[in-house]
Ligand binder design. Structure first.
Ligand SMILES: [Zn+2]
Length: 287
């Protein structure tokens, strides 16, 4: 079995890989030597299949112990290259933000620093829009994020710095240095992580406590208002998604809601007939 050592994106380090197939491009003549080898490879540790490109080029040499020139093999892996930056769980973010963010990280990983910095500025812009701040320039919008307590004063100060970098890139077409873009990435990551990723995990783990019955009913009403007449579902269907509820609270408030439906004080839902001894939760229909 033919093997090489190259980067595995799953094991996240260099591992032995079995070569499944390969093809080569040679330099066309003797004036200048290069050799590119394209390989489909399979990690011997985790079985992940990826792609490795090995480049030998006469301009890239090192001297061995005997003082002779030796070509240095440079490897590039695909689709994930070594030392590439892993983005946050962008599927937890609103679509507009996620798109700008993902594309910016991708640009950064491809070495397109100018596009990455413009992209992070667009990500911040998308965050402002998502939070409902559509008017004014970006300075005003970022300040609104701080004033509404969505981001901290420190985040705000840093965002302004990031914004200016985006400005320089966009308006003067000036490529920023990588270190600078990496810091911007950290600021943006910090904010998005706080606002979306941790928030989502928190909601999944920590049980939501209703303040009182009124709050429960209000949330049900909001859920119902987004449904068509005739929609059927249990209370879970009408309550906000991706949240954990305390079963005892839910049982207590649902019983109260049923009383109110029966005596006509709550009219946007009706109670569906329930099969005897059914282990499923009570169903309702939107009226
Ligand atoms: Zn592996």
């Amino acid at each position: 079995m033919n093997r090489i050592d190259c980067y595995c994106p799953i094991c996240k380090h260099k591992t032995h890989h079995e070569i499944i197939g390969e093809g080569k491009n040679h330099s066309p003549n003797d004036d200048y030597y290069y050799l590119e080898t394209y390989r489909v490879v399979k990690c011997c540790g985790c079985d992940n299949v990826s792609f490795d490109m090995e480049i030998l080029d006469e301009s890239n040499v090192e001297y061995n112990e005997q003082g002779y020139e030796e070509l240095v093999a440079v490897h590039k892996s695909f689709p994930i290259t070594e030392n590439s930056i892993e983005p946050l769980r962008s599927w937890e973010m609103p679509t507009l933000i996620a798109k700008a963010y993902r594309e910016s990280v991708e640009a950064l990983n491809n070495g397109s620093l100018l596009l990455a910095s413009i992209g992070f500025r667009a990500t911040i812009e998308a965050l402002c829009i998502e939070k409902g701040f559509n008017t004014g320039n970006l300075i005003t919008k970022i300040n609104k994020l701080r004033d509404k307590g969505i981001i901290t004063a420190i985040d705000c100060k840093r965002l302004h710095e990031a914004r200016f970098m985006g400005n320089e890139s966009a308006h003067q077409i000036q490529e920023p240095d990588r270190e600078h873009v990496l810091i911007v990435l950290e600021i943006v990551n910090n904010i998005l992580n706080n606002l979306y990723v941790i928030e989502k995990k928190f909601n999944e783990v920590i049980e939501y406590r209703f303040k009182d019955y009124e709050e429960f009913q209000k949330m049900i009403e909001t859920g119902v208002s987004e449904c068509k007449k005739g929609t059927e579902g249990t209370v879970y269907y009408f309550l906000p998604d991706g949240r954990k509820y305390r079963k005892e609270d839910l049982d207590k408030y649902e019983a109260e809601m049923q009383t109110r439906i029966s005596d006509g004080r709550f009219t946007c839902l009706s109670i569906l007939p329930k099969k005897e001894n059914s282990k499923y939760r009570q169903g309702y229909k939107v009226e």
